[in-house]
Design a protein around this ligand. Structure first.
Ligand code: SF4
Length: 374
């Protein structure tokens, strides 16, 4: 069984839950939206209390063999690239640990030569003493390839489908293995079979009509809840941000629509985690938090080495995938290029303090291997 036929049949056949979800994301008056917000808030309190998990992305590499029109790391973009050495990864990790983080997400572009299974295993092993929860967001792999990474200590797998619209997916992913829509779609299940106990999925809002994208994502959540029931499922609802390559989103999603979507996910899937990243600006993140958000990144950098300026001696530029000497343009910072621009630039401590003031308990660590009976 795979999610693909269910997704393809979605226009003709929806579960009751998905009919309800579609209704929740249909146009609403201000009064109706306020009622949804209150329901979502009450459900969040019941299921998660006043907690907010804080995590940080740690970018390992911005090498990539794919061309995704919306992403700064695309192979053909002439950007400054680097893959951090193990020592550099540990230095970045130590910095994040000093800031209080115990949950990190290791992020890298897709490049089997630089971001190999062995490299990921080594990174996870080296970071495990400092972090209670390590997740990865890298190019999709086979189940057997994930197993050693899980055994090394990674517990979460994050893979966004980007868009659930096959036609748009094909237009946006112009070259590289990512063109295979179904291979990506089944990735979370392969990860589950390998032993990941947290699965994160998401769509990139701005690539297609947001309501249709949301429905595809909701159907995927419903499917994973049934088929990967021992894992904790989280959804991310990122909106496109400016990035190298200057892609302009064809579709928009307003702040109000994003708020409504968070409410719809919370009401339809009360136990599913909802992630909100620093792509969104500070004031909006603060306002959205009570609606159902359970996990936030803070103080993020999307360039490898961005926290402690690691890797600047190993930088190179690529032009259509070919490595050229890194001549720096006037005023250019000697740092690898980031994946996209950040909106909320507050430090982790500031984010935690605002959360506390608003009645939340920031959670830096919610899991300890020592809690599991051996
Ligand atoms: S979205 Fe991922 S796969 Fe596509 S170019 Fe960016 S890093 Fe590579």
């Amino acid at each position: 069984m795979s999610f693909a036929p269910i997704l393809d049949n979605l226009p003709l056949q929806k579960s009751q839950l998905l009919h309800r979800f579609a209704d929740l994301i249909s146009p609403r008056s201000d009064a109706e939206l306020e009622a949804l917000a209150q329901e979502a808030h009450a459900l969040s309190l019941r299921n998660f209390g006043r907690t907010m998990r804080l995590f940080a992305p740690l970018y390992l590499s911005n090498e990539c063999i794919n061309n995704c029109r919306y992403c700064g790391f695309s192979r053909d973009n002439p950007i400054l690239r680097v893959t951090l050495s193990l020592e550099q990864v540990v230095a970045e990790g130590r910095h994040l640990a000093r800031e209080g983080f115990r949950q990190i997400l290791l992020v890298a572009g897709e490049h089997p030569k630089f971001i190999s299974q062995n490299y990921l295993v080594d990174c996870v092993r080296a970071l495990a003493p400092d972090f209670s929860s390590i997740s990865i967001e890298v190019g999709p792999m086979e189940t057997a390839d994930y197993v050693p990474i899980v055994q090394a200590g990674a517990e979460g797998l994050v893979v966004y489908q980007e868009t659930y619209d096959r036609e748009i997916y094909s237009e946006l992913h112009t070259s590289g293995p990512k063109r295979n829509f179904n291979w990506r779609l089944d990735c979370a299940e392969r990860g589950y079979k390998a032993g990941f106990r947290r699965l994160g999925i998401g769509a990139l809002f701005g690539l297609s009509r947001w309501q249709e994208e949301a429905l595809g994502l909701a159907a995927h959540v419903e499917y994973l809840l049934k088929h990967c029931w021992q894992a904790q499922i989280t959804v991310s609802l990122p909106r496109l941000r400016p990035a190298a390559g200057e892609f302009h989103p064809a579709f928009s999603m307003t702040d109000r629509e994003l708020a409504q979507l968070i409410c719809a996910f919370r009401i339809s899937f009360p136990e599913v985690g909802i992630v909100l990243s620093t792509r969104e600006r500070a004031a909006l993140r603060d306002a959205l938090a009570p609606l159902g958000v359970t996990m936030m990144s803070a103080g993020s950098h999307t360039e490898p080495g961005g926290y402690t300026r690691q890797g600047s001696d190993d930088l190179h530029r690529t032009v259509r995938g070919k490595i050229v000497a890194p001549e720096f343009e006037n005023g250019e910072d000697m740092l690898a290029t980031g994946q996209f621009e950040i909106s909320d630039e507050r430090s982790p401590a500031e984010v935690a303090s605002v959360l506390r003031r608003r009645g939340f308990e920031p959670v830096w660590k919610d899991w300890d291997a020592g809690l599991v009976p051996s």
